[in-house]
Every structure is written in structure tokens, then in C-alpha cells.
Design a protein around this ligand. Structure first.
Ligand code: SF4
Length: 377
């Protein structure tokens, strides 16, 4: 736990300033399906989640959120995840304890409006309804303007983006905020959070390794980042992002609690572990997943790709068309799911959309060709 950070209230809990590290998770149900979402939010809270996040992308989902709040009030601290739709902030703020926005998504709508004005809008809604804010920077969707300044250093880009948004909120005299800088590479998570913490030791930090993938590999990657950071007193709240079917989502919370307890007791299981060979990253899924086959697809990809386990190749498997195209940018082979088809790309080149049954064969062909090419280089 870090003691030097300011305290930020999120509903019934407080993080930062020496409070115990709080564990968070996210509903993978469709937000418009109120009953399953209420059940999942309650299950996550019962597993020990201090905050439960829900994605909201539309007016209809904002409407559902009001009812989800009504049914979980007093039992669950709710956070909302805004993507491009920053204007939804005023509709969701009355029903949640925290709003997460991604600086890299603010430019999608109303391109001529400065980011500062958009943040001011979100902050005003948060202030009016007593919500905290998370500035959630993600390696797969860094503000393009910032990313262009650091073509060779993605860590510098994410840290700069986070610091710039802290400055905006500071300028607005809004201090009830936390920051996350997530990457799928745990080494970059460590580096970015160390740099951010050194620059802004006052701001509470939310830790996460994004798209860590299926357990047990996803847990090891997460530990590689969390163990050193928590050991150094960096991190006030955290989320373990694992690719799991909906009904197993509470396992994310259990893993988070276990990591915190292990670090406290000096049980550092990732020490000496090195990331080498085949790297499969996959998202934890959320309400935006359009086909429940996503988790099974990720499992099938892991199994199929074992023949390439010694090759330095990255495969990314993403659950939706919202974040899929961007989050697969750095992979050698990327897949992202639509309702009936899976999109496939090799590096930046789109190879087409395939049915859920066809795509594995095509991926295997591409992977075999890559392994052959790399072994000849
Ligand atoms: Fe949700 Fe899409 Fe991100 Fe997966 S890639 S967690 S489905 S937004």
C-alpha cells in the first residue's frame, strides 16, 4: 500500500493514503441485461471487489445502469467505463461512484473540441454527483498526438498522456481522481507506473496488466507487474484482467486478493520468470463482447498454437470490434470478434473476416508461415 498518495473516496470505500489496496473487477454481462448484470455485480462484490465496473456505450445502457444501481445500492460500489461517448458522463454520473475515461478515446467524437473541454464536461458531471474519476490510459489506445511524439517509446507516451490529464483535472480543481497506466507487457506496466509514481507521488494508482490472457499464464504476467510494484509501495487499487467465462469472473477478485496477501507475506512467485517465446494476449471480455464464443476461441487459439511455443511471436485475441482493431496493432497476428465473424490480421494487414469455425485453420496457416519465416531469418 502506498502511504504518500491522497485519499480518494469511491462510494463506501476510500483508496490511497495508506488504505488497504482495494481489488476491482468488471462485469462481462451485457449492460442492457439488467438481471444478469446485477447478479454479476453482486457476485464480484461478494468475492471481495471494492469496486465493480460496468461498460456503458449508449443511452439505452445508461438507462439500464439506473436500474442496476437501484438494485445494488449499498451492496456494490459502481464504476462506469466510458469509451468514445464522453457526453454520456452526465447521464451515468447520478448512478455510479466513479467514472473511468480513456484519454486516447476522447478524440473520436467532436474532433474540433479540445480534450480539456471534454474532460471539464466529465469532471463537472462527476463533481455534481460525488463521483471519483479514473484517468485510464491504455497502451492500445494512446492519444495519437502523444503517441506520435514517442514513436519508439510507448511507455513515455502513456506516462505523458497520464500526466497531461492530471494537469487538466488539477487545473479544473478536481482532485478526486486516480490514474491507471495499463499495458499487456508487464515490464512496461512496471516501468510506466514507476515513472508516473515518481512524477506524481500524490496521485493514487490503479494497477492493471491489460489483456493478460487466460489463467495460468495471465496470472503469471499479472504477478510479474504487481509483485515488484506493490513491493515498492506503488498501487492503491488493482484489477487482475483474465480471459474467463462470465460465471468465473469472481476468480479475478480472488487472484487479486491472493496477490496482495502474497506480496505482504513475501511470497513472490514471479521472481525470475521471463517472458520469452510465444506470447498470446487476450482481453478479459466485458459487456461489449458480441459472441459468447470469444473465451472458447481464445482457449482454442492457445491450444492450437502450442507448436509455436518457442517462437517470438505475439498473437492477440480481442472480444469486440470497439477495441479489437487498436488493441491488436502490436501483434504479429491479431483476431477480434464480431457477432458472427472473427476478423484476422497479420501485422497491420487485414486478412479478412472468417466464421468462428473457419478462423482457427486460417490462423494456423498464418502461424506456420511466420514460424518458418522467423526460423529462416
Ligand atoms: Fe471489452 Fe472489447 Fe476490451 Fe475485450 S477488447 S475487454 S470486449 S472492450
Amino acid at each position: 500500500m502506498s502511504t504518500g498518495t491522497r485519499r480518494v473516496r469511491i462510494g463506501s470505500i476510500e483508496i490511497g493514503g495508506g488504505n488497504p489496496v482495494a481489488v476491482q473487477s468488471m462485469c462481462a454481462t451485457h449492460t442492457r441485461d439488467i438481471d444478469p448484470t446485477v447478479a454479476q455485480a453482486r457476485a464480484l462484490a461478494a468475492a471481495g471487489a471494492g469496486v465493480v465496473r460496468i461498460a456503458v456505450d449508449s443511452d439505452a445502457e445508461a438507462g439500464a445502469l439506473a436500474e442496476i444501481r437501484r438494485q445494488t445500492k449499498g451492496a456494490v460500489n459502481l464504476s462506469v467505463d466510458l469509451q468514445e461517448s464522453w457526453r454520456l458522463a452526465e447521464k451515468v454520473a447520478p448512478h455510479v461512484d466513479k467514472i473511468r475515461y480513456n484519454p486516447g478515446h476522447l478524440h473520436h467524437h467532436e474532433k474540433d473540441k479540445p480534450a480539456r473541454d471534454k474532460v471539464a464536461f466529465v469532471a463537472a458531471a462527476a463533481r455534481d454527483h460525488g463521483c471519483a474519476i479514473r484517468i485510464g490510459v491504455n497502451c492500445g489506445s494512446v492519444d495519437p498526438e502523444v503517441a506520435t511524439r514517442h514513436p519508439e517509446d510507448s511507455v513515455a507516451a502513456t506516462v505523458e498522456s497520464a500526466l497531461a490529464h492530471c494537469k487538466i483535472l488539477d487545473g479544473l480543481k478536481f482532485d478526486r481522481y486516480v490514474v491507471s497506466i495499463k499495458d499487456s507487457d508487464p515490464r512496461k506496466v512496471v516501468e510506466a507506473n514507476r515513472r508516473f509514481s515518481a512524477a506524481r507521488p500524490d496521485i493514487p494508482i490503479h494497477l492493471g496488466v491489460t489483456e493478460a490472457g487466460l489463467p495460468p499464464g495471465g496470472i503469471i504476467k499479472t504477478r510479474m507487474a504487481f509483485e515488484p510494484l506493490l513491493g515498492e509501495g506503488i498501487g492503491d487499487t488493482l484489477r487482475v484482467s483474465l480471459t474467463l467465462p462470465r460465471e468465473r469472473k469472481p476468480e479475478e477478485v480472488a487472484e487479486g486478493l491472493k496477490i496482495i496477501a502474497d506480496v505482504k507475506a513475501g511470497r513472490l512467485t514471479s521472481k525470475g520468470f521471463q517472458l520469452k517465446g510465444l506470447n498470446i494476449i487476450s482481453c478479459p471480455s466485458c459487456s461489449r463482447v458480441e459472441n459468447e464464443e470469444f473465451v472458447k476461441l481464445a482457449e482454442r487459439v492457445v491450444k492450437m498454437a502450442q507448436f509455436a511455443k518457442d517462437s517470438e511471436i505475439t498473437i492477440a485475441v480481442m472480444g469486440c470490434r470497439v477495441n479489437g482493431p487498436g488493441e491488436t496493432d502490436d501483434a504479429d497476428l491479431g483476431l477480434w470478434c464480431g457477432p458472427a465473424h472473427v476478423n484476422l490480421k497479420r501485422g497491420p494487414e487485414k486478412l479478412g473476416a472468417f466464421t468462428y469455425t473457419e478462423v482457427l485453420g486460417r490462423l494456423k496457416t498464418e502461424l506456420e508461415a511466420l514460424v518458418k519465416r522467423y526460423s529462416e531469418e
